[in-house]
Each structure stands twice: as structure tokens, then as C-alpha cells.
Design a protein around this ligand. Structure first.
Ligand code: ADP
Ligand code: MG
Length: 697
């Protein structure tokens, strides 16, 4: 028998268990041994009866006597009782419900360890349905750190402990895949030992070491894959790639800055420096520019686009929606026009918009002008990646809100001559998390806001404050301002999570849209959700922008990056249901104009428990800080924009350990760039498997 043995052979058990395991994706011994406990029950202290508190789960040594079945009227209830005496002669009754087999299996009148919950009722102590093991043999259920596995109807923790324990000797079959020097340097536990310790820890310290070991391996594989992808991108330069080494021209940067109506922030300067340095390299850049809403990404993109064009490249910027593309068109044209007015070149820079709604003839014209090289900068949507668009000298591509595009879609542009690529996102992702989720990118972070922004006033509003909030809103709209209302659901009955449908409190856009008509009969109300066609969505956004709508009721699809300076109130229904970083995204829709803006986090009646978490929104305006809190409280999948990046579920590694992530990253870079993978076939195999998994995700 070995790790590859299938479980129907390795285990003597009923077919229903084998089926349940298959259902959980567990087929072989290896799968089972890699199914890790969720947590542990600490039964390290053995107690006497006198030390035990009611309701406590305990482990005690002693003996059992007088086991008997108790006749009950209810045929469905099988009751077995016995007496337990601890080492000091104190006694308590033991009861088992519906476990007739204990009569055969529980050893009597001999030293045992029992572990179960202590109840005190009718003047006496009762131990309920305890697990009993012989004191003279190895214990796996009643002593020490007892593993608790993820809850499952059929496959219980007790069952798993028995089966895992019976196969534990096979862990020696797990091959060491980490290189010797890393194991030494990082003082990592051996893999097979780590797997044994993770199931049955011999001490807290060993458990910690086992976790470290397994976390290291998990992260190391991810980082190796990321670093390798990055290297491949650099080397994949097409033969006909148009990019060349472009020295940074400090004079140009100064000139550009002199044409701006503001002084760039330190963070913008650093990002610009990083990007222009990438242009100096003989291989294409792949960089993620992260910056909160309003941090000023557009001007960074603009100078990079200009730099590309002045060196003879064509450049493109792709946005997920037409509204966003048009917004970019107007702001980038403005930056470049002002620059050209002061520093005219030989030929004026030709900037074109390419979006789906153009007339066929117009589209054709732009496509042709791109194809014959007349267009310098094209700004557009998915329309940019249609077959009919061919760039003869594409050198630089900016993708805005890149997580909204599929990998294949982005690749379409990247494969046109391997240009430099700058992906932009308004999602503040903590650096260590970004290192994993976007490990194949270099990172530039705009972690500083332009000065002089009026902070948005944020309030948590429980149901009893709603009336007041409504009055406040009506007053603002009366003054000509606009409001967003975000709801968690589309339909009143569409349950986003099991059980939601019954809870009428969970607001849906459709019901809220109807309701608001009666609350605010004097105002125009618009509706937006993911089931609308994209043209419909665009139409609603355009109406909101042109103030034909006062209140826009929307699900979370509301466009990231849309700029409606006249919208000053963001009201979020069922706020407790959203992650902090997503709430922060919503909040970023307002506060874009001169007028004081507000964000109301309206909670459902049963949401008292979330107050502390929501309070963080009142206390912090920094998206990175909020994302970090999310990461700690709810895990990486909850940080907005991360799930879309295809980060796999991590079994052991926690990304809150920044120091570890950085160390692993360095080791992975060293491995790929200096040593190569040739001498490590096992690692390579694991990476192939991981890549398949990532591609599927
Ligand atoms: P985002 O990062 O959300 O795309 P934008 O690029 O749209 O942000 O910038 C938001 C606003 O701030 C724009 O009006 C822009 O002109 C302005 N802005 C950008 N950088 C600065 C700065 N350093 N100082 C003052 N205003 C700035
Ligand atoms: Mg933007």
C-alpha cells in the first residue's frame, strides 16, 4: 500500500463512506492525508471530576462500571448508561444516546480516558456521549491536541481521526520537494513529519513548525509559478516586437509636470519613475499600478502614454466600459493637449476613441487608421481587441480595471508585438497579498492621496435611524445633488446566500426601487443591476451623469471608476453583508466634487454583531488599511478584486504573515533566476499541477 492506493482498497469501511469521500474530492491515501484539520480541541490537561465545570468538554482518566441499556418508551431513542469513577474515586453518570455499539466497543472495569461534555442536571453530573479509549494504548480522540476536521454529515472528525491514524505510517511516502538549502536555511520541518504533526500534533510548538513548513511549501510553489510566468513574459518577446530600450528623459518629465494644474504627489512621482525605468529595459514591462479611487492614476498613465508616443510607439488604453473609456478620452486628451500647446512636436498627436457604439463606418475608419499607423493613441473598450484591429507598432498598453477582463482578452493585446503592459486597479490590495495574487507583476502603489480632498463623512445607520437619513437625503436632492443606493440583491427572492430568501430584511434593488418611488415621489429614480445588458447599463449611467436621474438604485455592479462629481451621497443597504474593501469601493463613488459628501452604512435589523467591523469604515479612509482589516478578519478571498485574480484557496498559508511572503518571494526569485528548475524535477511536477489548477480557476 502507498500514497496512490485508492481508499476503497486502503480502508475497510462501508461504501457510503467511500462515496462521501469521493464527493469531497478524496480518492487516494494521499488525498486523505492532505485533508487537514480545521482546528484542534485542546485536551492536553487531564482533569479530575472536581475540577470540571458544567458545559466543559473534558478529558479524564478513570474506570467505567455497570453499563446497561435503559428501556425508553420512545422506540427511536436508545439510551445506555454507565458509572464513571475518576482516579480519586469521585463518580459521575455517563450517558450515550443512540449509540448501541458502545456496548460492544467501550472497555469496562479497566483504566480508560473518557472525553465528553460535562452536564450538571437534577443534582448530578452526567458525561454525555463520551469517546472512550484505553489508557494503556495510544489515544487519538481523548488526549492532547485532538484534530477537528471540517464539518461533514457523513465523514465525522472521529471517523477521520481513526482512518487517518491508521494510514499515518504512509506519510513517509511524501517526497521532500523543497531544496535542501531552503530547508536548512529556513529550519523547516521535514514534509512527512509535518503532515503527521498537522493531524496529530505532539505539542503546540511542533504544530506551529508543521504549519510553517506546509505554508512555506504552498507559498513557494505559488511564487515559483508567478516568477516563472514573469520570466516567460520577458522572454516571450516576439521577433517583430516593436519595443526598444528608451532612456528616461528627465527634461521631458519636468516639462510634462510644468503643464499640470497640480503638483504630482510623491507616490505619483515614484510610480512614474518606476514605469519610465521599465521603458529602459530590453524586455516588456508587466506592472500593476494600484491606487485608491482618486489617487490620480490617470495622469500617471497619461505621461507614460505620451512617453511611448514620443518614442514612436503606438499606445492603447483599454477600459471595461464605454463610460470609462469616454472619461479617459476626455481627461487624457486634456493632459496631452496642454502639453502639446507648450511643447509642440513635429506632428500633432493623433488620439482616437474606439468603442462598440461607434457607427460601423466610423469604426472602420479608426481601425484603418490604427492599421496604417496614423493613430498614436487609441482609447477604447473590448472593441480594441477585435480581430480587425491590427497595430503595426504597438509598444505600450494600459488596461484599466484589468480584473474586469479575462486573461485571454488581455492577452490579445499583449500578443500584438509584446508591448509594455501597465495594468491599473482602483482596488487597494495589501502589498503581501498583491505579491501572491499578482505575483507575475511588478507593483507600483499610489498610497498617497492628492492633498485638499474633503473627507467623506461616514455613518453607520441602524434601522431606527433610517427615517432621519431619508429626510437628510431628500434635503440634499432638493439642493440639486444626487444619490447612489446600493442593495445586496437583485430580486426580493433571489437568495445570495442560503436562508436569505426568508429574511425579508435583505434589500433587493427591485423592491427598493419600487419603495423609493413612494418615499421620494418627487424625485427621479433609476435602476441598475447585473442582469441588464451592457448597453442598458451604459444608458442608465449616462442618464445619471446628465442628471436625468436623482437616485440611482444599484447592486454592486455600479461601475468602478465612474466619475459623477454631483453625486454626494452613497447609501448602502445591508452594509454588514459586504467586505470592508468593497464598501470602500462604493464610498469612492462620491466625494469627487466641491460639496461635502456622505456615506451611510445602513444595517439590517439583525446585524448588531457587525458594528465593530463597520466602524472601521468610519475610522479609516485609507483603502489599504481597510483591505488589511478585511484580510485579517475574513481572509484573502474577501479582499475586493482578489478573488477575480484567480488566487487559489490556500490550505495552510495565511497571507497576513507579510514577512514570510517576502522571504518566500526572494527564495523563489533566486531559484528561478539563479539556479533554474532543471535539477528539481519534483518541484517542477508540482508546479505543472498547480498551473493546471490555476488555469482552470
Ligand atoms: P483615479 O486614480 O481614481 O483614476 P484620477 O486619475 O481620476 O484618479 O484623479 C482624480 C482627480 O484628481 C482628477 O481630477 C485628477 O486631475 C486629480 N489629481 C490627480 N493627481 C493630483 C495631484 N497630485 N494633485 C491634485 N489633484 C490631482
Ligand atoms: Mg480612474
Amino acid at each position: 500500500m502507498d500514497l496512490k492506493t485508492s481508499l476503497d482498497i486502503a480502508l475497510s469501511t462501508k461504501p457510503e463512506y467511500i462515496l462521501a469521500l469521493k464527493d469531497m474530492g478524496i480518492f487516494t491515501v494521499e488525498d486523505l492525508l492532505l485533508y487537514f484539520p480545521r482546528t484542534y480541541e485542546d485536551l492536553s490537561d487531564s482533569k479530575t471530576l472536581l475540577q470540571v465545570k458544567t458545559g466543559e468538554k473534558v478529558s479524564m482518566q478513570g474506570r467505567l462500571f455497570g453499563m446497561r441499556s435503559i428501556p425508553t418508551k420512545n422506540r427511536k431513542l436508545n439510551l445506555i448508561k454507565a458509572m464513571f469513577y475518576d482516579l480519586h474515586g469521585n463518580s459521575a453518570e455517563v450517558v450515550w444516546f443512540n449509540q448501541p455499539f458502545v456496548k460492544r466497543t467501550v472497555p469496562m472495569k479497566t483504566d480508560v480516558i473518557v472525553s465528553g461534555k460535562m452536564q450538571f442536571a437534577y443534582g448530578k453530573y452526567t458525561i454525555q456521549s463520551p469517546v472512550v479509549e484505553l489508557a494503556s494504548k495510544q489515544q487519538i480522540h481523548t488526549v492532547g491536541m485532538v484534530p477537528v476536521y471540517p464539518q461533514h454529515e457523513v465523514i465525522t472528525s472521529k471517523w477521520l481521526r481513526d482512518k487517518v491514524n491508521s494510514l499515518l505510517y504512509l506519510t513517509k511516502g511524501f517526497e521532500e520537494i523543497l531544496p535542501e538549502d531552503i530547508l536548512d536555511e529556513e529550519k523547516l520541518m521535514d514534509k512527512s513529519e509535518a503532515i503527521r504533526e498537522i493531524h496529530f500534533p505532539t505539542s503546540q510548538k511542533k504544530l506551529g513548525m508543521a504549519r510553517d513548513r506546509l505554508a512555506y511549501e504552498e507559498l513557494f510553489l505559488l511564487q515559483l509559478t508567478a516568477v516563472q510566468r514573469k520570466q516567460e513574459w520577458r522572454q516571450s518577446r516576439d521577433k517583430d516586437s516593436f519595443i526598444k530600450e528608451v532612456k528616461m528623459d528627465v527634461g521631458f518629465v519636468k516639462n510634462f509636470f510644468s503643464t499640470l494644474p497640480f503638483t504630482p504627489t510623491g507616490a505619483q512621482k515614484v510610480a512614474i519613475f518606476e514605469i519610465l525605468s521599465d521603458f529602459e529595459k530590453p524586455y516588456p514591462m508587466i506592472r500593476l499600478l494600484e491606487g485608491d479611487v482618486g489617487s490620480g492614476k490617470t495622469v500617471v498613465a497619461a505621461i507614460a502614454l505620451l512617453n511611448a508616443v514620443l518614442h514612436g510607439y503606438q499606445a492603447a488604453i483599454m477600459a471595461p466600459t464605454e463610460v470609462l473609456a469616454r472619461q479617459h478620452m476626455s481627461s487624457i486628451c486634456k493632459f496631452i493637449e496642454v502639453y502639446e500647446a507648450k511643447f509642440p512636436g513635429k506632428n500633432p498627436i493623433n488620439i482616437q476613441l474606439l468603442v462598440g457604439s461607434l457607427k460601423t463606418k466610423e469604426k472602420k475608419q479608426v481601425q484603418d487608421a490604427i492599421g496604417n499607423g496614423q493613430v498614436d493613441i487609441v482609447i477604447g473598450t473590448h472593441a480594441l481587441i477585435q480581430e480587425s484591429v491590427k497595430f503595426p507598432r504597438l509598444g505600450f498598453v494600459v488596461v484599466d480595471e484589468q480584473h474586469r477582463f479575462g486573461v485571454r482578452q488581455r492577452e490579445r493585446l499583449m500578443r500584438q508585438g509584446s508591448p509594455h503592459v501597465l495594468n491599473m486597479t482602483a482596488t487597494p490590495i495589501p502589498r503581501t497579498l498583491a505579491m501572491v495574487a499578482y505575483g507575475d507583476h511588478d507593483l507600483s502603489v499610489l498610497n498617497e492621496m492628492p492633498p485638499g480632498r474633503q473627507p467623506i463623512i461616514t455613518k453607520v445607520a441602524p434601522p431606527e435611524h433610517r427615517e432621519q437619513v431619508n429626510l437628510f437625503i431628500a434635503d440634499r436632492i432638493g439642493k440639486g445633488q444626487q444619490v447612489y443606493v446600493i442593495c445586496p440583491l437583485i430580486e426580493p427572492s433571489s437568495a445570495a446566500r442560503p436562508g436569505d430568501a426568508e429574511k425579508l430584511e435583505v434589500k433587493s434593488v427591485k423592491a427598493e426601487y419600487e419603495r423609493l418611488h413612494t418615499v421620494f415621489p418627487q424625485f427621479k429614480i433609476g435602476l441598475m443591476h447585473g442582469k441588464l445588458k451592457s448597453e442598458e447599463k451604459e444608458a442608465v449611467m449616462t442618464q445619471f451623469k446628465s442628471k436625468e436621474i436623482d437616485v440611482l438604485v444599484s447592486t454592486s455592479v455600479i461601475e468602478v471608476g465612474v466619475d459623477v462629481p454631483n453625486a454626494t451621497i452613497m447609501l448602502i443597504e445591508g452594509a454588514e453583508r459586504f467586505g470592508l474593501s468593497q464598501l470602500h469601493q462604493f464610498r469612492g463613488r462620491v466625494g469627487r466634487g466641491e460639496v461635502q459628501s456622505y456615506c451611510f452604512l445602513c444595517t439590517s435589523p439583525d446585524a448588531e454583531g457587525s458594528y465593530t467591523r463597520l466602524k472601521a469604515m468610519v475610522d479609516y479612509t485609507d483603502g489599504f488599511k481597510l483591505a488589511e482589516i478585511d484580510l485579517k478578519l475574513r481572509g484573502p478571498g474577501e479582499v475586493y478584486g482578489v478573488r477575480q485574480s484567480g488566487i487559489p484557496d490556500l490550505k495552510i498559508a495565511t497571507l497576513t504573515n507579510g514577512v514570510l511572503v517576502v522571504r518566500v518571494r526572494k527564495a523563489a526569485e533566486h531559484m528561478i533566476e539563479k539556479k533554474g528548475l532543471d535539477k528539481f524535477p519534483k518541484l517542477r511536477n508540482m508546479m505543472v499541477k498547480l498551473k493546471q489548477k490555476l488555469d482552470k480557476a
